[in-house]
Design a protein. Structure first.
Lengths: 255, 232
């Protein structure tokens, strides 16, 4: 995991323009140990950035910092050019983003009301929220389940509803924390095949935490590898996945 | 067994004949206990939610105190409130002793710890990551608390049932701060004690059956609220 790989790959893959979200010198400390220590990381408009790394590397922490759910002990988070710190109410910025967690975390109500919930929190009138929610349930293939209580959905169905809830917000930045973990193989393959088109159509900038090289290769346009809370490699997807040990060494173009 | 049968007949007779005293005692029981439950709910749910979400020094002690309060003997609560409201006591100038208001105050002292304790448990048993999800959906502080309480509504209604059940059925506090004054502070439980002591088992049993029917009716309504939209 050489620094040379990181710089050259980053230079090759990073798009131009102003980053949508940027972290500078961000440090999160738990029990006296830095669980996240990122000197610089930018998310560029329109890209899909995969975040990989072993368990405990700080991937979920990174996403929570990006979503302004966790205020770092040090450093700055910029969204669309503006610093979001303790002096600013995070809610207006959070409302330009959406996050899908490792579990679906649906509310104890119908699938439709779940898909509407983020819009309703933003004050969107019920009729408009319902229409948008139905559209996204449709796109994710679960429109037939709209009136079902969320508790009665299967894992795959709940996952689709939770994606619909996030996508219905049409966020500028979508954060996905291992969204396909714990899904059966056919469901996972189907979602992997459908999601890029949905994200492209909505021009949604996406950050995706994954353990699965297939997910990274299928979805991401760029990747960053974390290790012990630090950026260990950043750049084109395949080399970063290889550097993180997620691809056989041959994929690095090596011996 | 004759007593049971004649008690039932007498209960129906008292209610159907529209016996004024029986109706007054029944309505006062309902009013006092519903008021005490409603007040406990208004104070207890926010307090319980706060105890569930906020970490502060002494939180463990506070929770232990609340849990102790859940087992507060009604006569002890009655005694403490009676001392406070006594003519020469710290709140004596309010002249509340032996009024329905005094019973409401004593019953709040009984129901509040139950509502707080069960509300704390109800909110704490929610998936902690659901809190992050609610914030990630763009909720403001108020929306966040409202959604948490809504997610915990099943156990919260159970907390209301437990609170109401504890106060409608207690006799010690109502006796000590209410005084069982006919036409003023007599409630079903104190009336039952009185009639039993006088040997009027039929009337006592009739009042007991009315009390049971009342508790059933209130819990039926609460169960309906709780199970709405919960077919499973």
């Amino acid at each position: 995991m050489s620094a040379r790989l990181a710089t050259s790959a980053a230079a090759a893959a990073a798009p131009r323009g102003a980053p949508l979200l940027g972290l500078r010198d961000v440090r999160v400390v738990r029990d006296g140990r830095a669980i996240l220590d990122v000197a610089a990381l930018d998310v560029w408009p329109g890209e899909r950035l995969a975040v990989v790394g072993p368990n405990g590397a700080g991937k979920s922490t990174l996403l929570q910092v990006m979503m302004l759910l966790l205020r770092p002990e040090r450093g700055a988070v910029r969204f669309a050019g503006a610093v979001v710190d303790a002096r600013r109410d995070p809610v207006p910025t959070r409302r330009r983003m959406a996050m899908v967690f490792q579990e679906p975390l649906l509310f104890d109500t119908t699938a439709l009301a779940n898909a509407m919930s983020g819009l309703r929190l933003r004050g969107v009138p019920a009729a408009a929220a319902r229409a948008a929610a139905r559209t996204w349930l449709e796109r994710l293939g679960v429109a037939a389940l709209a009136d079902r209580p969320a508790r009665t959905l299967s894992g795959g169905e709940a996952r689709r509803v939770s994606l619909a809830r996030a996508l219905a917000l049409e966020p500028e930045l979508l954060l996905l924390d291992e969204p396909f973990g714990a899904l059966d193989y056919p469901t996972r393959q189907a979602l992997l095949a459908e999601l890029p088109a949905l994200l492209d159509a909505a021009h949604t900038t996406t950050v995706l935490v994954t353990h699965d090289p297939a997910e990274g290769l299928a979805l991401a346009s760029r990747a960053v590898a974390l290790r012990d809370g630090r950026v260990a490699a950043e750049g084109a997807v395949a080399p970063v996945l290889a550097a993180a040990g997620l691809l056989p060494t041959a994929a690095r173009g090596g011996p | 067994m004759d007593v049971l049968g004649s008690g039932l007949v007498q209960a129906l007779g008292l209610l159907l004949r529209g016996d004024a005293e029986t109706w007054r005692v029944t309505l006062l029981s309902l009013q006092v206990s519903l008021a005490a439950t409603a007040l406990s709910l208004l104070i207890g749910v926010p307090l319980g939610t706060w105890l569930a979400l906020v970490r502060f020094p002494g939180r463990g002690l506070a929770l232990a105190l609340v849990n102790t309060g859940m087992g507060m003997p009604p006569v002890v609560a009655g005694l403490i409130i009676a001392i406070l409201l006594w003519r020469t006591g710290p709140l004596g100038q309010l002249h509340l002793l032996y009024t329905p208001t005094a019973i409401v105050i004593a019953q709040v002292a009984l129901a509040l710890p139950i509502v707080v304790g069960l509300s704390t448990a109800a909110v704490q048993q929610l998936n902690p990551r659901l809190r992050l999800q609610i914030l990630a959906l763009g909720a403001t502080r108020t929306q966040y608390l409202w959604l948490l309480v809504r997610e915990a509504r099943l156990p919260l209604v159970a907390a209301v049932m437990a609170g109401f059940g504890s106060v409608i059925s207690e006799v010690g506090a109502a006796m000590m701060v209410g005084g069982n004054i006919q036409g003023q502070t007599r409630v079903l439980t104190t009336a039952i004690v009185l009639e039993t002591s006088k040997g009027n088992f039929d009337l006592a049993l009739a009042l007991g059956l009315i009390l049971l029917a009342l508790v059933y009716a209130v819990n039926l309504a609460l169960t309906w609220i709780q199970q709405r939209g919960h077919p499973l």
